[in-house]
Ligand binder design. Structure first.
Ligand code: SAJ
Length: 420
């Protein structure tokens, strides 16, 4: 039976999309370049955090099929591109996977099809990169087939929001394309919001994450001067957060990791500078502040040891939390890496603990998680809390450690604890 929906890219974005569409009764074909991923899915095994094997088995039972063969695209009514757009060396998105997917689609494009791009990218990608590739065969977007952009809003590990209950923005090459894309998503997403066009939909995603990036940089910069002025920024944020409107709390940290926040805003700033010749200053400044946090953290650690008349060189530093944010295992762009690198370059003996990470691969070295956290808390010259995993009890850490530098505000103030 022909697939109603084909999803290209079966990762943390594509697979939840395929799952919800399958649950809504659509016949879904999943296309991926990785044979092991395809084989695993067809055998009912999941490779992404948000779906377990039972979820995949349910999809397969409902008719979902994964393949590496693009021939099946020819019979699909709708094709959604969910491939990665990593940061390129120039600072914009590396669109290799998007152009490759577009070329694959172009070889099978038929009149009446709907093509949607979900991969995060700079404004204009759908219109200026994807559309020309799809139109090479003579079919025209908005006339012979529909083309739209719909930003992914998958938040891995979020217990509350998934694809179905997160409003979905869709922006088409023409109003008819927008309507066609909205009609598709309304079959398995509770709320669909129609944008004026593809550029507005592309830019909305970047605004969402740039907003976070800039506000995190704001409190990170405040953390520096509040420390100098002996102002408890954590208390300041607690107080400001009592305002019931017009304020959203962000918290300082050791740096901004993950695959979204430190990456997506660059797509906008790179695009503005490339097209218009001037900087998107907020983003570039936020990038600079957030990127220098790991070095600042290392300096604060050195200063704390210095207060104890201890050299960082030869000191044992226990890092708690090496993932990029609390309560997940993902280590992408984790600030723990530059913090550890800096400490090691100054001669520190860096050890780590993280409930989600048994072995930490750091610049080719494989560091084993310390086997006995309690013993290491007591033995380390300084304990540095980088992620506030829920397994970590701030009071217990403060009691057992000789000295604590807490970048996440999970320990109570005390003589042996300093907060970022
Ligand atoms: N961070 C801070 N202070 C904060 C918030 C975050 O230092 O106040 C750091 C985190 O430790 C992490 C980085 O910033 O290293 C990113 O954190 P994040 O909470 O933004 O989490 P992400 O990267 O998983 O962002 C995703 C985004 N989701 C999508 O793009 C679909 C983002 O839009 C979500 O708002 C975010 O999840 C979320 O709220 O969980």
């Amino acid at each position: 039976m022909a697939a109603e929906l084909a999803v290209i890219g079966l990762g943390y974005v594509g697979l939840p999309l395929a799952q919800e569409a399958s649950r809504a009764g659509l016949k879904v074909l999943g296309l991926d370049v990785a044979p092991d991923i395809v084989a695993g899915l067809n055998q009912g095994r999941s490779h992404v955090d948000d779906l377990n094997d039972e979820d995949v088995a349910e999809m397969v039972a409902a008719g979902f099929e994964a393949t590496t063969d693009p021939a099946g695209l020819a019979t699909a009514s709708t094709i959604v591109i969910c491939v990665p757009t990593p940061l390129s060396d120039e600072g914009g998105p590396d669109l290799a996977a998007v152009t490759s997917a577009s070329e694959t689609i172009a070889a099978h494009l038929r009149p009446g099809m709907l093509v949607v791009l979900e991969s995060t990218t700079y404004p204009g990608t759908t219109d200026e990169v994807v559309r020309p590739i799809l139109e090479r065969g003579g079919l025209v977007a908005g006339q012979d087939f529909h083309l739209a952009f719909s930003p992914e809003r998958i938040d891995p590990g979020n217990p509350t929001y998934g694809l179905r209950n997160t409003p979905k923005v869709v922006g088409g090459h023409t109003p008819a394309c927008t309507a066609k894309a909205a009609e598709l998503y309304r079959r398995f997403v509770d709320t669909v919001v129609e944008a004026r066009g593809t550029r507005e939909a592309e830019t909305a995603k970047l605004l969402e994450n740039t907003y976070r990036h800039v506000n995190i940089a704001l409190v990170n910069e405040m953390a520096r001067f509040c420390h100098e002025l002996d102002i408890d920024l954590w208390d300041v944020i607690r107080l400001a957060a009592t305002k019931p409107f017009g304020f959203k709390a962000f918290y300082p940290g050791p740096g901004v990791g993950g695959h979204c926040i430190p990456i997506d805003p660059n797509y906008l700033s790179h695009n503005v500078r490339a097209r218009l010749g001037y900087p998107f200053r907020f983003v570039e400044l936020a990038q600079e502040i957030n990127a220098t946090m790991p070095g600042y953290i290392a300096q604060r650690i050195q200063n704390l040891l210095n207060q104890e008349r201890k050299a960082l060189n030869g000191a044992t530093v226990l890092l708690l939390g090496v993932t990029y944010k609390q309560n997940i295992a993902d280590q992408r762009e984790s600030p723990a890496v530059p913090v550890a690198r800096r400490l090691m370059s100054l001669g520190a003996n860096v050890v780590f603990h993280d409930p989600h990470v048994p072995v930490w691969y750091l610049d080719g070295m494989a560091l084993d998680r310390v086997p006995d956290l309690d013993a290491t808390l007591a033995a380390a010259d300084i304990v540095v809390i980088l992620q506030g995993h829920s397994e970590y009890e701030g009071e217990m850490i403060a009691k057992k450690a000789a000295k604590v530098f807490d970048t996440r505000g999970i320990t109570p103030p005390s003589a042996t604890v300093e907060h970022l």
